[in-house]
Write a protein that binds this ligand. Structure first.
Ligand code: NAD
Length: 271
């Protein structure tokens, strides 16, 4: 998601820095970005000038200090509360502008929880992009009880006017609007497959042709990443304590086995 968000911002003309955990992760992100921008050029979605400008707008860094002068940081690390806390607490201590906004792309963790590791909860909010970020039109904005109106209005204007997205606003309840509705459906699709009620392809074809969904639930899990969706389901289950959010045993076994979907070459399908 991080590379997709960087690509989107670079194409919109922003100077953007991608920070990753180490040089190996930087090279992987650079490869993804170059491939994606190259494909956009090949398909005529952007011209040579836009391709060069977008590529030139991106910096790559392994230290968070490189983000100190940014106006906005969008965190997109793994969906693990402790890791988000560590990143937000570090960023809080190094941002140079008092107006800098710290946003999280979290799918499910309450923003108040993340903001608690900072001294600036009024300038922390959820800015939830969808996969792939350059293509999907929605950005979900989530203020916590402590986010200021000025912060949410500024980020809304940026998402709409600069990035060209449509925004919706959601209360700070785990999963917000989209994942609170989507995750129980995805878990139900996995349970149906796990129980042998239908083949994976039949479940997916059923929802595509029967309900006009662009992807079936199992294909969508493979796109999202089974490790990510399992973490998201765990976090929603912790928030609501309702069985419909609980990750089914099959999902947990697939994550342990390294079958994480498209990104590892195998999930419910092979790639
Ligand atoms: N996958 C989706 O479809 C999707 C959609 C919307 C939002 N999200 C959210 O976006 C976030 C990232 O999800 P993803 O699918 O891109 O996951 P991913 O596993 O593909 O990427 C996570 C990234 O975090 C980096 N990372 C891990 N620990 C780090 C640390 N301590 N410091 C810096 N970087 C670190 C990893 O190197 C990796 O690049 C999650 O919060 C997820 O819920 C995911």
């Amino acid at each position: 998601m991080g590379s997709g968000i960087v690509e989107l911002m670079a194409l919109a003309g922003c100077s953007v820095t991608l920070a990753e955990i180490d040089s190996g992760a930087i090279e992987a992100a650079r490869g993804r970005l170059e491939k994606s921008l190259g494909r956009a050029l090949e398909r005529g979605k952007i011209d040579e000038a836009a391709h060069a400008a977008a590529s030139g707008n991106i910096g790559y860094e392994t230290e968070l200090i490189a983000l100190a002068d940014c106006d906005l940081v969008v965190e997109a690390v793994v969906e693990v509360e402790a890791v988000k806390h560590q990143i937000f607490s570090t960023l809080d201590g190094l941002m140079s502008s008092p107006d800098a906004v710290l946003a999280s792309n979290t799918s499910s963790i309450p923003i108040a929880t993340i903001a608690a590791s900072t001294t600036r909860p009024d300038r922390v909010l959820g800015m939830h992009f969808f996969n792939p970020a350059p293509v999907q039109k929605l950005v979900e904005l989530i203020p916590s009880l402590l986010t200021s109106d000025a912060t949410i209005d500024r980020v809304d204007a940026f998402a709409t006017d600069v990035l060209g997205k449509t925004t919706i606003r959601a209360k700070d309840n785990g999963g917000f609007v989209v994942n609170k509705l989507l995750v129980p459906y995805l878990m139900a699709g996995i349970r149906m497959f796990e129980a042998g009620e239908a083949a994976a392809a039949d479940i997916d074809t059923g929802m595509k042709l029967g309900c006009a969904h662009p992807m079936g639930p199992l294909e969508l899990c493979d796109l999202i990443g089974l490790d990510v969706i399992a973490d998201v389901a765990e976090s929603l289950h912790a928030e609501y304590a309702e069985p419909l959010y609980a990750p089914p045993p099959l999902l947990k076994r697939m994550v342990t086995a390294g079958l994480h979907g498209r990104k590892t070459g195998r999930g419910f399908y092979e790639y």
